[in-house]
Write a protein that binds this ligand. Sequence first.
Ligand SMILES: CC(C)(COP(=O)(O)OP(=O)(O)OC[C@H]1O[C@@H](n2cnc3c(N)ncnc32)[C@H](O)[C@@H]1OP(=O)(O)O)[C@@H](O)C(=O)NCCC(=O)NCCS
Length: 294
Amino acid sequence: MSVCIASTKRARWTFNVKTWQPTEAQFLLASACVQEEEKARIGRFVFKNDAKATLIGRLMMRKFVSSTSGIPYSEVKFWREEKGKPYVLNPVVNFNISHDGDHVVLAGEEVSTKVGVDVMRLEHRSGTGVEEFFRTMSRQFTAEEWECIRGKSLPSKQLATFYRHWCLKESYLKALGMSITSLGRYGFKTEEPDLRVGTVARGTRVYVDGILADNWCFEETMLDEDHCVAVALSKSTADCSQDHCLFHFLDFEQLMKGSEPILQPDLEYTRNFFAKNEKIIRPIASILDTNDKN
Ligand SMILES: CC(C)(COP(=O)(O)OP(=O)(O)OC[C@H]1O[C@@H](n2cnc3c(N)ncnc32)[C@H](O)[C@@H]1OP(=O)(O)O)[C@@H](O)C(=O)NCCC(=O)NCCS
C-alpha cells in the first residue's frame, strides 16, 4: 500500500506529539514559524500537550501548502472561514488538520476535492459508566449506528466503535467547514467491522437525513492501537478506490525541512512553554473492561 506524498498534492501525515519532547532550540524555531495570532493562541493553552499539538498542526499546514503550491514557506498566509476552518487565498490544494491524544494529523488533497479529517484517542472521557455515557449521546447517532456500537461485546470495543463513528461524523462536517452539531442527521454505514493498523477501510458510506450522499467517500484507519482516524473526501467511491493512503509518520526534522522563520525567536515565550505541565490521558482498554460492569 502506498504512502501519500506532498509532491502529488495529496498527503496523509501524522506527528506524534507525545514522543516529541522539544529542545529549547527546536521550540524557538517552531514557534517562530507560525502567524502572530496563532502563536498568541498557542501561548494561552494551560497544558503542554495542547500547545504542542496546536503548534505542530499549524506547521503541518504551512509545510503542505508551501510544498504543494510553490508559495515560499514564510509567505503562506492562513485565514479562517466563519466557523473556523483554515484556508489560503487562491488555493491549489485543500487541507484539514486534527489533533487528539498523542497525534496531530493532516489530510491534503487537490483543490477539486473537499477534505476533512478527524483523529480520536480511544479514551473514556466521561466520569460515568459506558452505558450512562451512551445515554447522554443518544441523539447524536442513528438507530443503525447504535446497533453497530452496542453490537460489540466488550465495553472497550463499544467505545472504540462509538469513536469510529464520531470521527466519521466530524471528518464529514469538517470537510464542509461546518460546526459539530446535529450529528444525528448524518448516519454512517460501515462495511469493514473493525479498523486495523496498517490498512485503510474504504467501504463506509454517509446518509444525510436517511439519503445516501454518494459523492462522498471515506478512508479510515488506526494510527496505532489507541487512535482512530477518518478522512472525508468529496469524491465518488469509484474515484476514491484509486487511493490507498496510509498515514506517513513525520518527525520534527522532516516537518521543519525547508522551513523559514516568519517571526523573531522569542525566549520568554519559549520559557513559558517549558513551565507548563503535561495532561495525563488513560486509554480505554486499560480502565474499562476490568472496571465497567455495563
Ligand atoms: C473545530 C471543530 C470543527 C472541530 O473540533 P475538534 O474535534 O475539537 O478539533 P480537531 O482537532 O478535530 O480540529 C481542529 C482543527 O480543525 C480546523 N478547524 C477549525 N474549525 C473548523 C471547521 N469548522 N471545519 C473544519 N475544520 C476546522 C482547525 O485547523 C483546527 O485546528 P487549529 O484551530 O489548531 O488550527 C469544532 O470545534 C466546531 O464545531 N467548531 C465550530 C465553532 C464555531 O461554530 N464557531 C463559530 C465562530 S466563533
